[in-house]
Structures are given as structure tokens and as C-alpha cells.
Design a protein around this ligand. Structure first.
Ligand SMILES: Nc1ncnc2c1ncn2[C@@H]1O[C@H](COP(=O)(O)OP(=O)(O)O)[C@@H](O)[C@H]1O
Ligand SMILES: O=C(OP(=O)(O)O)[C@H](O)COP(=O)(O)O
Length: 407
């Protein structure tokens, strides 16, 4: 895979329009960025290209808008923060009000060497995420018209077969940015020689996206700990009632099969013994106090939404992580964005820090949680900017955004 070092070393970027596909999908509370980790992670590649004389066009998705402009998913707050960070290196940043329209074209045309433009949310265009190859290709053609060279650096999105990730690099000379090179370097080690016991902690809310990875983990991991929104499908599969919690009803047979296979293979599934929940989803915007209740997993009231693992489960999870030699963690244990439901995530983060294991934390929200809850990022072995991406990488899958850079 060609890298930006190769491009810069060969003097290929000076005066050129270089399109950098980053993952600036940061958590927002209204217009406020609650964790800027993904923006900070994108800066080194952008700065290197700008300092080498490129006219840098940065593009990203934010959230999951429905293929048309939606102000709540505007990258405007990200443009402000990116501009602030780049200005420290003396680099100026413009923001285009659309992705491939008049604003994008004129903003890019106005760039001088060494300047940066951020385009509006890629997913404001239906072509970005279209299943149809021709529709995605048509959008990729419009993106390609803006640039001379493509740099893939949005590790968090490399598992998506999207226009800017997969189709665009096929249309331009391309290379990998520094973030992708670093991420792949660390994760590769976990696929080659893992020191055992190897524990994997799964949680979060993208349940249907991530359940499938367990199929592969049953062949690799010694212990699988499950919390977050994912756990209720497991609890239900074991015969527990889960109230109004997140449930992937159609996946119950799959999960039952995972539990059986784990037993047959001697892989230990660690599930919570108690949960914390509430009758209403907490208000994350106002952070208004809620009314949390704790229940054993065999006594979750019918009107309760499970929002965190309970106190006994935190102790259990910590004990199961204490003697691991390698830990990979993706997905918060609860709705950590509200203080009443952050203790499970806090306990797992602390357990990783206390354990002598090599620890990798992956995922936009998981990485954000660790920082928002006040942990020192340097206390972990590696904090990956990608959750789904790192899980699929560990699965050994061909990731569209990496395959496209290799070609
Ligand atoms: N029990 C739960 N019910 C609903 N959402 C949950 C639950 N536990 C965790 N979450 C949510 O999961 C989200 C993160 O999930 P996900 O995107 O899969 O993780 P990551 O970004 O780290 O890969 C957080 O916003 C958190 O509030
Ligand atoms: O946040 C992301 O993934 P993650 O939650 O698995 O870390 C990426 O930006 C990908 O976003 P998507 O899952 O909406 O395609």
C-alpha cells in the first residue's frame, strides 16, 4: 500500500488538490463536540500534506443522515474545531456549505498551496451510501472532479463500501494516510500473535452491525464479555425478560447458537448478572437527573430499559479482565453520556488500566467515553478510532477502504 510518505517523498503533492477522506464523525451534544479525538487524529496527515504544498480537501461523514442535507448533522462545528487545530500550525481552513455543489467547487478553486478546505457531510448525498454501484459511482465521479490525488485516512469508516471510501480511490492516484498506517500496524499484531488469555469486551448500540463478529471471535478469543445494548439479545436468548431494552429479536437463534458453540469450544461468555435501567431513556442534552433502578437479570421489570451493567456485574467483569494478557474492547457498557449510566463503562476502563494486559480500545464512542470519563489515553495500549472497522479487521474480512488503497 502506497503511503503519503511515498507521495511526499516523490514530490507528487505540491500544488496538487489532494482529497483526504477522514473520519471526523465525532460525538455531539447539540452543536457542541463532546470529544474531539477523531479530529485530533486526522490532523497530522492533513498538516503533512499542507506543509508539503498540497491544496487539501478534507471530507467526512457525520452521523447517519438520510442522504439529504440535515442541519443537525452539519460538519460546521467540526470545521470550527479543525480550523482551530490547524491554525496552530499556521494553516488556514475554509468550510464549504455543500459536498460537490457550487460551494464545494468554488471553495476548492479558491485554495492556495498549503491551505485546507473541509466539505460538508458526505452523507448529505444519497450516492455516498447507495447500494447500487452506478449510483455510488456517479457520486464518486463528482467527488473525483474536485481533486487530483486521493488519500484514505478515515480508518473508522474503512469497513463501509461507500463512494468516498471505496469508489473514489479507484478514480484517482491514491495512498494511505498516516492514521490508517498506524491503526493497521497495531491491529495486525492482534491477528497474528495474540498473547493469551485473550479477552474481548463488546457493548455499544450498533448491535446488528457487530453481533456477527462473535462468529469469528469464538475461534480466536478465550473469553467474551458482553455489555451495552448488545447484551439484552443474549439475556433474552437465555430466557430472561428484558423489559423495554434494546433487543435484536431476529438474531435470537444466532445468539443461541453462539452460546452453544462457546460452551462446546470452551470459550467463556461473561454476561452481566444485574443491570441498571430506567422507565424513560435519560435526557442526554439536559443531563437532567433520572430515576435509575438496579435489577438482577432474572428480574428486569417489564417497563424498564436496561441502560448499564449493574454493580455486581462490574465486579465480575473486572475479575474476568484481571488475568487477561490481551484485551480488545469495543462498545460502551451503558449509556455513559449520562452520569447515572456511566459506571459500567468506567469500571471496564479501570479494569483495563489495572490489568497487565496489552489493551486496545476501539470505536468512536468507546474512545470518547474513556476520555470523557477522565482516563488517561496513554494508560491503554492503543486507542483505535474505529469500532466496527477494527472488529471487521480482526475478523480477517477484506475491508473495502483498505482494499481500494491497495489496488
Ligand atoms: N444499554 C444500552 N441501550 C442503548 N444504548 C446503549 C446502551 N449501552 C450503550 N449504549 C450506547 O452505545 C453507543 C455507542 O455504541 P457504538 O457506536 O456501537 O460504539 P463505538 O462507537 O465505540 O463503536 C453510546 O452512544 C451509548 O450510549
Ligand atoms: O463511528 C463509526 O463507527 P464506530 O461507532 O464503529 O466506531 C464510524 O464513523 C462509522 O460510522 P457508521 O457506523 O455510521 O458507518
Amino acid at each position: 500500500m502506497k503511503t503519503i510518505d511515498d507521495l511526499i517523498g516523490q514530490g507528487q503533492v505540491a500544488g496538487k488538490r489532494v482529497f483526504v477522506r477522514a473520519d471526523l464523525n465525532v460525538p455531539l451534544a447539540g452543536q457542541t463536540i463532546t470529544d474531539d479525538g477523531r479530529i485530533r487524529a486526522a490532523v497530522p496527515t492533513i498538516t503533512r500534506l499542507a506543509e508539503a504544498g498540497a491544496r487539501v480537501i478534507v471530507a467526512s461523514h457525520l452521523g447517519r443522515p438520510k442522504g439529504e442535507p440535515d442541519p443537525q448533522f452539519s460538519l460546521a462545528p467540526v470545521a470550527a474545531r479543525l480550523g482551530e487545530l490547524l491554525s496552530r500550525d499556521g494553516i488556514s481552513t475554509a468550510f464549504a456549505a455543500d459536498t460537490v455543489g457550487d460551494s464545494a467547487r468554488s471553495t476548492v478553486a479558491g485554495l492556495a498551496d498549503g491551505q485546507v478546505a473541509l466539505l460538508e457531510n458526505l452523507r448529505f448525498n444519497a450516492g455516498e451510501t447507495a447500494k447500487d454501484d452506478a449510483e455510488r459511482g456517479a457520486f464518486a465521479d463528482e467527488l473525483a472532479a474536485l481533486a487530483d490525488i486521493y488519500v484514505g485516512d478515515g480508518f473508522g469508516a474503512v469497513h463501509r463500501k461507500h463512494a468516498s471510501v471505496y469508489d473514489l480511490p479507484a478514480r484517482l492516484p491514491h495512498a494511505a494516510g498516516g492514521l490508517i498506517a498506524t491503526e493497521v500496524g497495531v491491529l495486525k499484531k492482534l491477528t497474528e500473535d495474540v498473547t493469551r488469555p485473550y479477552a474481548v469486551v463488546l457493548g455499544g448500540s450498533k448491535v446488528s452491525d457487530k453481533l456477527g463478529v462473535i462468529d469469528h471471535l469464538l475461534e480466536k478469543a478465550d473469553r467474551i464479555l458482553v455489555g451495552g445494548g448488545m447484551v439484552f439479545t443474549f439475556l433474552k436468548a437465555q430466557g430472561h425478560e428484558v423489559g423495554k431494552s434494546l433487543l435484536q429479536e431476529d438474531q435470537l437463534p444466532v445468539v443461541r447458537e453462539y452460546l452453544e458453540r462457546a460452551e462446546a469450544k470452551g470459550v467463556e461468555f461473561v454476561l452481566p448478572v444485574d443491570v441498571v435501567g430506567a422507565t424513560e431513556f435519560p435526557d442526554l442534552k439536559t443531563q437532567a437527573p433520572s430515576s435509575p433502578v438496579t435489577a438482577a437479570v432474572d428480574a428486569i421489570p417489564a417497563d424498564v430499559i436496561g441502560l448499564d451493567i449493574g454493580p455486581e456485574s462490574r465486579k465480575l467483569f473486572a475479575a474476568k479482565l484481571a488475568d487477561a494478557a490481551t484485551v480488545f474492547w469495543n462498545g460502551p457498557m451503558g449509556v455513559f453520556e449520562h452520569p447515572d449510566y456511566a459506571d459500567g463503562t468506567r469500571a471496564v476502563a479501570q479494569a483495563l488500566i489495572d490489568s497487565p494486559a496489552f489493551t486496545v480500545v476501539g470505536g468512536g464512542d468507546s474512545a470518547a467515553a474513556v476520555r470523557i470519563l477522565g482516563f488517561d489515553e496513554n494508560a491503554f495500549g492503543h486507542i483505535s478510532t474505529g469500532g466496527g472497522a477494527s472488529l471487521e479487521y480482526l475478523e480477517g474480512k477484506t475491508l473495502p477502504g483498505l482494499a481500494a488503497l491497495e489496488g
